[in-house]
Design a protein around this ligand. Structure first.
Ligand SMILES: NC(=O)c1ccc[n+]([C@@H]2O[C@H](COP(=O)([O-])OP(=O)(O)OC[C@H]3O[C@@H](n4cnc5c(N)ncnc54)[C@H](OP(=O)(O)O)[C@@H]3O)[C@@H](O)[C@H]2O)c1
Length: 341
């Protein structure tokens, strides 16, 4: 083994799935467990996680089955997901002790990771936590949506839902940067609506909790919208389809309104035909090979201040379930992260 692990306690804490939710997920569905710190084998590294991500897709993995391409969480086993941390022991060539890496074994304080599954990140370019937000899959998702799936065109009127969240807040700013004439966002509550305009540069903000989303959208975009970035589905997708001009496009990223509730789909699909609309899904994993290109571009935007990122930070592995439930219920502005001290 290269390096020593002398400065760590010999305990690891991790969050396991205690039971599958029936209805909305609750804290009782999670359990905090303590283990020995695992030892890396040949080709592996031991990572002390410093930040972990909690994401809406994890809700689907808590169920017995889902359509997702990742394995379901297993009862009694630790959850997994995005994390960054410091390599504290290494048995892998090319990933030295002291490197900072991103990987997919979050929800634990220490992780043994196959070196091939870890990416060494450049903390000179941006702090480690940025690689779970604007420079991570969050940013890549927004970028893929607006550069490839439904590219922004000069002069577009763009509508983004869940716009105060991680993907949405980045998407609104990228749309502006790539030539949108007007960027409209929706979020839950007056404070988030204010932040859309003040912090993220949206031209107009809709508070969907006030009701009449379609009316609010029509008032903000009296001549309709050209492009919709959908993070919510349900009523938001229906309102956006109604508001789209002929030839309008939508990037369908997610439908969080339906992750824990039965939400009817849009009732106005005939408008897709009548107005020759294009609605196309986004799957971020299809863009992983473009991470270097994306990071080079987005790190420049972060550095020159044209891309602002926000975080809601929760402290300690024991708070990770609450942080995750908070993402589903809107407790976050920007990216929800758990710091592991
Ligand atoms: N396709 C992909 O590859 C991909 C990749 C990443 C993320 N996603 C999807 O992108 C979306 C956003 O993910 P994220 O990580 O950026 O999360 P996020 O937006 O930071 O957090 C989720 C937000 O959703 C909003 N929300 C919850 N229930 C809602 C409802 N019933 N109606 C309207 N808004 C609701 C909440 O904000 P409010 O307070 O404003 O309600 C909450 O803050 C999710 O649908 C996620 O599944 C997809």
């Amino acid at each position: 083994m290269i390096g020593t692990v002398g400065d760590m306690t010999n305990r690891n804490r991790e969050i396991r799935l205690a039971s599958r939710p029936s209805g909305p997920a609750r804290t009782e569905n999670f359990a905090l467990a303590e283990t020995e710190i695992p030892e890396p084998g040949a080709g592996q590294i031991l990572v002390r996680n410093t930040w972990m991500s909690v994401d809406p897709f994890m809700r689907g993995l808590m169920d017995a089955e889902s359509d997702f391409f990742l394995p379901q969480y297993e009862i009694g086993q630790p959850l997994y997901g995005g994390a960054v941390g410091e390599v504290v022991a290494s048995r892998a060539d090319g990933v030295p002790v002291g490197a900072t890496v991103s990987h997919f074994l979050g929800w634990r304080e220490y992780a043994v990771v196959d070196a091939a599954e870890a990416t060494v990140i450049d903390t000179g370019l941006a702090p480690a936590n940025a690689y779970l937000g604007p420079l991570g899959t969050t940013g890549l998702t927004a970028w893929a949506a607006l550069t490839d799936v439904a590219p922004v065109r000069e002069g577009d009127v763009v509508f983004v839902s869940a716009a105060a969240g991680a993907v949405g807040s980045i998407a609104g700013q990228i749309a502006r940067r790539l030539g949108a004439a007007k960027v409209i966002g929706s979020a839950g509550g007056p404070d988030k609506a204010k932040r859309l305009v003040h912090d993220f540069g949206f031209d107009a903000a809709l508070d969907y909790k006030r009701g009449d989303l379609a009316g609010q959208l029509a008032a903000a975009a009296p001549d309709g919208i050209d492009l919709y970035v959908d993070n919510v589905g349900g009523d938001h997708l229906e309102a956006a389809i109604d508001a789209m001009r002929t030839g309008g496009r939508a990037a369908l990223i997610g439908s969080i309104s339906g992750y824990e509730a039965d939400v009817p789909g849009p009732r106005n699909l005939e408008r897709i035909v009548l107005r020759q609309l294009t609605l196309r899904g986004v799957q971020v994993s299809a863009y992983f090979d473009r991470f270097p290109e994306f990071i080079a571009q987005a790190a420049g935007w972060l550095a020159d201040g044209s891309l602002r990122s926000a975080e809601t930070v929760v402290e300690g592995i024991e708070q990770a379930p609450a942080a995750f439930l908070g993402v589903l219920s809107g407790a976050n502005t920007g990216k929800m992260l758990v710091r592991l001290p």
